[in-house]
Write a protein that binds this ligand. Structure first.
Ligand SMILES: Nc1ncnc2c1ncn2[C@@H]1O[C@H](COP(=O)(O)OP(=O)(O)OP(=O)(O)O)[C@@H](O)[C@H]1O
Ligand SMILES: [Mg+2]
Length: 1010
């Protein structure tokens, strides 16, 4: 039973119909067809309706869906049955076969190709070259066989005119390792004659429409098919067949399969020979029969690689051995024409069989040793010509329809047998079901002595004049009472039958009227020995090899060859035996309409097929016992959620007990039988209600699963996040640690370094440690500074403090703070500044300085220096300043540094300097008597002492906890005895020393400029 398909598409398995009636069956079939569901099941039989349109259901994706699945796990499909056959073959080492039946145009050949494609696609996962080769050959062989064995008929544009059974051999791993094709009765009469609207075999039209001009020329043929008597009927037909393209595809396929160049050429030559033969006409001249178009004879000679006179002789004469004598008997025109047509048919049939043989040579399993490779198993695919009824039905249709009778019989037997066996195996009582058994028709055809074939053979063996009418009389005599046979003689009122020509058989698939015309000839299938000898004696080795019996000498007595009917019957019997020995799988094809329309579902037409295919009986048989069966474990797996005893797992002794419990719980016990390994459910209702209950539970289970799964996902996400966090933390710790370790490594010995590690490069910190690094650097800097400072003398310490103060006040606002040099402060005691003018000024300054110290009790000199000063009367004079920790003294350097005026330091409120390089400094006092000076007398000359002066003062003020205002400005505002004025610095060319001059608003300090 097929599951997983919504009921909107009807029931995927006909077994599940509520009532097995034709109406319901047809309703379901139609609904499925209209919904694009061309496949359905009857149990394990696939019912296929020809869609007459390309369906997107054979691609790689679909193959993947069916691969390795059980039949009921996916919607019905050919792939499912192919997989089932393959699995049975692989798992159970069973030979299997897939029998595809249905009338002409129902889709058998297409189905067989899809099945082979599927098998090719799912095998040889390791891409072994040899296996790939075999697969390729098997697939390619279809194309060649269809070209030579298929033709357009009124029922099907690509109708198989031969029966094909292909065995695919598999090794123990399940990979295809070879194959074998058996072909059955080619409808060779088509070579010389087609009914209106039909064509001869595709190969002729392909050659004419697809061969390059050079090839056509070498074969002496022209493109136009109507130029050839044998194929001109079909030559005018328009159809969608692209012969030109097919010619190339077939040529390629032959090459791939391994036909040699000579072989392919011979194939073309034979086709051309047949076309020319059809145009050969005979006439009489007096008593002599002759060929009317002798030019053709020389062409035939060339194509057949033989002698011209041999061709002519074979066409016109027949060699007959009478006792020891050999005589040549001339043909009548009729005999010559008959011989010509027989030759054409025989050559084509031989060609076809030879092609099959060549393909078999190539795909045959080689070097297989069962002891090494294990059992070689087989899947057979049978695609035979479908049951057909034409306007005029002849011997071929009779054979074809007989073949279908045989297969139907096999189907009935096997389907019943299997079912029966299953019930027996499982220990369940079996009730017999009535079905139409067509054995009676099979017997009608093949029975010894009484059957139609026997009557035909008998008629053929008669001595004297044997005619088709004699044969018909024979039939009428033997079969007069047979329920499935009739003729005009037996039912004189039936006008649909012609006297002495027609007989009717009531086949399983419908009544068919056969015309006996040609039965005898076709059954005898005579080909004059002369032709065989002609072809055997060809210089073309390929052609010669096709006709080995031409070797026989004329006088050799040969056994009467078996008739075509007997050969066919024998081949059918052996085919059926072969199929019966394998595990069969069935595809039953239905043709929805006669106009190849994808939309039309002709109710009556389909109903008829359903009837004769016995599909309804099939359903009944399947349901007679039980509509559904399943092994206990699988059944539980599907339905265990229905019962509390089985969900989620049962604790009963066996699965069988668990299923019993489940069924009892549901109240289905009366409708169920328990086999040894399987549970059998009688009515589909029960199954549906099981399904319904399951569907209901599944919803809950789905919710439950969703809940659990969502929880799982959340937990997983949480765990992943936590793990990420742990990793993150560990990583961060690692980064931090390694940073700290690195800092530690680099700075470990800084104490011992000369510069206390000033040159050591800081490692780059991880982001999180940027602040930490800043702090660390600052700690280090402090330590470093402290280490430097702690070794300083008190004087040096003072100097450092002053420098720091200067830096704080002036950094970035004035260039050259003089930080690099030692700050001496009391410059006037050192010789340098004073030595220029008077060598002893230093000592006089020292004297004055000591005197002042004594008088004013200062502790230390902060700064001393020569200056240029401007006073409030705009007079510029040289002076010196001495700044102690108590006063600022003005001195006159020209008078041995006589002190002139002192300002107590607490009166000084601020100093102003300019942002330039000049040495201007203004001391602001509380009483607004600012002192404006420019430091001078520096050695070296361009030294700057402003930074030192400001820093020293600031440092001192700070130590006294007083504030000193430092301004950096230009111009500088000052107050001279309360009068506000400004001091500007201006460069002046040709000036050697800075000097003050007056300006409108105050003073200008002119400095040397350029
Ligand atoms: N599955 C399919 N998908 C699409 N088209 C299909 C399918 N099956 C059959 N057909 C169409 O129907 C045509 C006839 O099918 P096919 O030749 O397989 O019939 P058949 O049963 O082999 O007939 P015959 O007994 O005359 O050989 C195909 O040429 C194709 O156009
Ligand atoms: Mg076919």
């Amino acid at each position: 039973m097929a599951e997983h398909e919504s009921l909107e598409y009807g029931k995927a398995d006909f077994v599940l119909l509520d009532n097995v009636s034709m109406e319901e069956f047809m309703g379901n079939l139609k609904l499925r067809f209209e919904k694009g569901r061309i496949y359905s099941y009857i149990g394990e039989v696939v019912v296929s309706v020809n869609p007459y349109r390309a369906m997107n259901i054979y691609g790689r994706d679909t193959i993947e869906q069916y691969k390795g699945r059980e039949l009921y796990e996916r919607p019905p499909h050919l792939f499912a049955i192919a997989d089932a056959a393959y699995k049975a073959m692989k798992r159970r080492n069973k030979d299997t076969c897939i029998v595809i039946s249905g009338e002409s145009g129902a889709g058998k050949t297409e189905a067989s190709k899809y099945i082979m494609q599927y098998i090719a696609a799912i095998t040889n996962p390791n891409q072994r070259a040899e296996v790939e080769r075999v697969k390729n050959m098997l697939l390619k062989s279809n194309c060649v066989l269809e070209a030579f064995g298929n033709a357009k008929t009124n029922r099907n544009d690509n109708s198989s005119r031969f029966g094909k059974y292909m065995d695919i051999n598999f090794d123990f791993k399940g990979d295809p390792i070879g194959g074998h094709i058996s072909n059955y009765l080619l409808e060779k009469s088509r070579v010389i004659f087609q009914q209106s609207g039909e064509r001869s075999f595709h190969s002729f039209y392909q050659l004419l429409r697809g061969a390059p001009d050079s090839l056509l020329r070498s074969l002496h043929i022209q493109k136009d098919p109507t130029a050839y008597n044998y194929i001109k009927v079909g030559g005018q037909i328009k159809s969608s067949i692209n012969d030109g393209a097919d010619f190339k595809a077939v040529a390629d396929a032959m090459k791939v399969i391994g036909f040699t160049g000579d072989e392919v050429q011979t194939v073309y030559k034979i086709l051309a020979t047949i076309l020319h033969l059809g145009n050969l006409t005979f006439g009489v001249d007096g008593d002599v029969t002759l060929i009317e178009n002798p030019k053709l004879v020389s062409i035939l000679r060339e194509l057949l690689s033989t002698k011209e006179e041999n061709v002519e002789k074979a066409m016109l004469y027949r060699t007959v051995a009478t006792g020891r004598d050999v005589i040549e008997k001339q043909h009548t025109i009729q005999e010559a024409s008959y011989g010509r047509d027989a030759l054409a048919k025989a050559m084509y049939e031989r060609l076809f069989c030879w092609i099959v043989g060549r393909i078999n040579d190539i795909i045959e399993v080689r070097n297989y040793d069962a002891r090494v490779h294990g059992k070689n198993t087989v899947i057979g695919v049978l695609d035979i010509y479908g049951f057909e009824i034409f306007q005029n039905n002849s011997f071929e249709q009779f054979c074809i329809n007989y073949c279908n009778e045989k297969l139907q019989q096999l189907f009935i037997q096997l389907v019943l047998k299997q079912e029966q066996e299953e019930y027996q195996r499982e220990g369940i009582p079996w009730k017999h079901i009535d079905y139409f058994n067509n054995q009676i028709i099979v017997d009608l055809v093949e029975q010894q002595h009484k059957g139609i074939f026997s009557v035909l053979d008998e008629a053929c063996m008669n001595v004297g004049k044997v005619t088709d009418e004699v044969f018909l009389q024979g039939l009428n005599g033997k079969l007069a009472k047979h329920a499935h046979y009739t003729s005009r003689k037996l039912s004189p009122t039936d006008k649909s039958l012609e006297f002495d020509r027609d007989f009717r058989i009531r086949h399983y698939a419908g009544d068919v009227v056969y015309s006996v015309v040609g039965f005898i000839d076709k059954n005898k299938d005579t080909l004059f020995q002369d032709f065989k000898r002609l072809l055997y004696n060809s210089a073309n080795p390929v052609l010669k090899a096709m006709w080995p019996e031409g070797k026989l000498s004329i006088t050799e007595v040969t056994k009467r060859p078996l008739t075509a009917a007997t050969l066919f019957k024998n081949s059918m019997i052996s085919l059926v035996e072969n199929l019966a020995s394998k595990e069969p799988y069935y595809v039953r094809c239905i043709k929805p309409n006669d106009v190849k329309s994808p939309l039309l579902f002709e109710q009556e037409r389909c109903r008829h097929q359903v009837e004769y295919l016995g599909l309804l009986e099939n359903v009944r048989v399947r349901r007679a016992g039980f509509a559904y069966r399943q092994t206990y474990p699988r059944f539980l797996q599907r339905y265990k959620m229905i019962s509390e005893f089985t969900w989620p797992n049962h604790d009963l002794p066996s699965d069988k007990d668990a299923v019993k419990r489940l069924m009892q719980g549901c109240g289905f016990d009366h409708d169920v039988a328990y086999g040894k390994t399987k549970v059998f459910i009688r009515t589909p209702r029960t199954l549906f209600s099981l399904e319904e209950q399951r569907a209901e539970m599944v919803q809950r289970i789905v919710l439950f699963l969703q809940k659990v799964w969502r929880g799982t996902i959340a937990r997983m996400r949480y765990r992943r996040m936590r793990a990420a966090l742990v990793i993150l933390r560990a990583y961060r710790r690692y980064k931090v640690k390694s940073y700290i370790r690195e800092v530690n490594r680099r700075f470990k010995n800084v104490r011992a370094m000369k510069d206390y590690g000033r040159h050591v490069k800081w490692p780059t910190p991880p982001k999180v440690l940027r602040k930490f690094e800043e702090a660390l650097r600052s700690i280090y800097n402090r330590w470093w500074a402290w280490t430097l400072i702690k070794g300083l003398s008190p004087e040096e310490a003072l100097q450092v403090r002053a420098k720091v103060a200067s830096l704080e006040a002036l950094k970035g606002q004035r260039a050259d703070l003089g930080l690099q040099r030692a700050w001496e402060g009391n410059y006037l005691v050192s010789m340098w500044d004073c030595s220029e003018d008077s060598p002893d000024t230093a000592s006089s300054f020292t004297l004055v300085s000591s005197e002042l110290q004594r008088k004013d009790k200062f502790m230390r000199v902060l700064f001393s220096c020569n200056v240029r000063k401007i006073n409030r009367f705009h007079k510029a004079e040289d002076r010196a300043v001495l700044i102690t920790d108590r006063h600022l003294y003005k001195m006159d350097p020209l008078k041995q540094y006589k002190p002139m005026k002192s300002i107590p330091l607490y009166n000084v409120t601020g100093v102003s300097v300019s942002p330039g390089k000049d040495q201007l400094v203004v001391f602001h006092t509380k009483d607004s008597r600012d002192l404006v000076v420019c430091l001078q007398g520096m050695v070296p000359a361009n030294e700057s002492r402003i930074g030192e002066l400001v820093g020293t003062l600031l440092s001192h003020f700070k130590s006294e906890k007083r504030k000193l205002q430092v301004n950096i400005a230009s111009p500088i505002q000052c107050s001279m005895n309360g009068r506000k004025c400004t001091v500007i610095v201006e460069p002046k060319i040709n000036l050697t020393q800075p000097d003050f001059t007056k300006s409108r608003s105050g003073y200008i300090l002119a400095v040397p400029g350029n």
